[in-house]
Design a protein around this ligand. Structure first.
Ligand code: GLN
Length: 304
């Protein structure tokens, strides 16, 4: 059976099930979304692409952007990046402060908020025009100029960003933030506010299925080893304290965001994005995880 047939069938099947998840209401602006939105898009390395439902509609990618900010920082710093943060799953929620005290301000990994805040600090130090340069990196990866930040979402998150403000200041007290916390946080909120469709996200993540090479430009974004390592981190840390369960159920590296998006990558084959806004208790898309579990089961393809 082809991917298209499986995706179409599972889309209809999962659309019908009762969604017991909840929208991420802690960011006020995210509450305005229609919770019935559901879209899927697969982009393959052999150029066969397919979308169903609301796959062309933009949504807030939130923490999915953590993979992209890490990719740019990794490209700039190389392996010395790991002096500033770890590569171990945290087993805690995305916004947890708990381990930072004992770990002396070194975040467990780049995909929890603490780690992504350190990455934002690195980019702020290394890029001449951080906001513009990061956006052009993303546009280049996606092959689309129509990608932007949402100032509405960034402002909304900033207005209630108490935990992230605490995280950034706490890490700074251990000297692992070099810039002013207010500047680091503004950039972090901007990065989280990027809006993309499922189609744009799958196209953007295709370089991780393609040995680190941007398939739209043939440019080597990351070395093959770096690309492998980012996939390994997505596998072990992409879903916070649900990462083990995602590996168990889906068997692919992936990354979620509180906007309800999930991107999963099958190295050598494809990148697939599912968007459904309501989240389970761990902050990951309720229907997104169910769809991907059934997709890798039906297609009989995973990295394991
Ligand atoms: N911007 C969100 C936050 O910092 C991102 C969280 C997420 O998507 N898991 O809380």
């Amino acid at each position: 059976m082809s991917f298209d047939t499986i995706i179409q069938r599972l889309f209809l099947e999962i659309k019908k099930i009762e969604d017991t998840g909840e929208i991420a209401s802690y960011i006020p602006e995210l509450q305005n979304i229609d919770t019935n939105k559901f879209g899927i898009y697969i982009a393959s390395t052999n150029n066969s692409n397919y979308g169903v439902g609301d796959y062309a509609e933009k949504f807030s990618i939130q923490s999915i952007s953590k993979v992209l900010s890490l990719s740019l920082a990794y490209n700039i710093l190389g392996e010395t990046i790991w002096n500033r943060l770890g590569v171990e799953p945290s087993g805690t929620s995305y916004n947890s402060l708990i381990q930072l005290e004992t770990d002396k301000g070194i975040p467990r990994n780049p995909f929890i908020n603490a780690g992504a805040i350190v990455i934002a600090d690195i980019l702020l130090s290394k890029l001449k025009y951080p906001k513009e340069d990061f956006l052009s990196f993303i546009r280049n990866l996606s092959g689309s100029e129509k990608i932007n930040y949402s100032s509405k979402i960034a402002t909304s998150e900033k207005s209630v960003g108490y935990r992230n403000i605490a995280l950034c200041n706490f890490i700074k007290s251990f000297n692992n933030i070099q810039n002013a916390p207010s500047e680091v946080l503004d950039f972090y909120f901007d990065i989280c506010s990027l809006e993309m469709s499922a189609k744009e996200l799958s196209n953007t993540f295709l370089f991780l299925a393609n040995k680190g090479i941007n398939p739209h430009t043939n440019n080597q974004v990351l070395t093959q080893s770096q690309s492998k390592r980012i996939n390994a981190l997505m596998q072990t840390c992409g879903f916070y304290d649900e990462s083990g369960e995602f590996a168990f159920k889906v068997g692919l590296p992936g990354k979620s965001g509180v906007g309800g998006g999930i991107v999963a990558v099958h190295p050598g084959h494809y990148a697939i994005t599912v968007w459904s806004p309501k989240l389970n208790k761990k902050g990951n898309s309720f229907k997104g995880i169910q769809f991907l579990e059934k997709f890798t089961t039906a297609s009989k393809l995973s990295i394991f």
